[in-house]
Write a protein that binds this ligand. Structure first.
Ligand SMILES: [Zn+2]
Length: 128
């Protein structure tokens, strides 16, 4: 998408609003969904709880605050390797299911960004 395209700008400003909070909420929902339905736990298990607090912590410390792109596109790869694999697996599983379980929270554009193309080009050089 090109920044000059009409409509894109308003969409982006909208997306920047509360980006971090929104991402936190979606991450939490996804982890819970995964833990309950995929792992079959009635309560969030230890591993998932840890991953969730880790993810929240990363978002809290995100240097881009609300002006950042989604984590998938972020050039700062702040997740540790293990956690990144884990969260990626969860998102891949939970992403499509979010539309059924949490249609309101499954913010269309956020999910689209997360799944636009798996395996973020981690080493694409930022132009700035
Ligand atoms: Zn779990």
């Amino acid at each position: 998408m090109h920044p000059g395209v009409p409509g894109v700008f308003t969409l982006q400003t909208d997306m920047m609003k509360g980006r971090i909070e929104g991402e936190k909420r979606v991450v939490e929902l996804m982890i819970r969904l995964y833990c309950r339905h995929k792992e079959g736990n009635s309560e969030l298990c230890g591993g998932c709880a840890e991953l969730l607090s880790y993810a929240r912590q990363r978002l809290d410390r995100c240097p881009f605050a609300n002006a950042k792109p989604t984590c998938r596109k972020c050039r700062v790869h702040c997740y540790r390797r293990g956690e990144r694999e884990q969260i990626r697996r969860i998102m891949r599983w939970a992403g499509p299911r979010m539309l059924f379980f949490h249609p309101a929270a499954a913010v269309g554009h956020l999910l689209r960004e997360l799944f636009a193309r798996g395996g973020a080009p981690a080493h694409r050089r930022p132009s700035a």
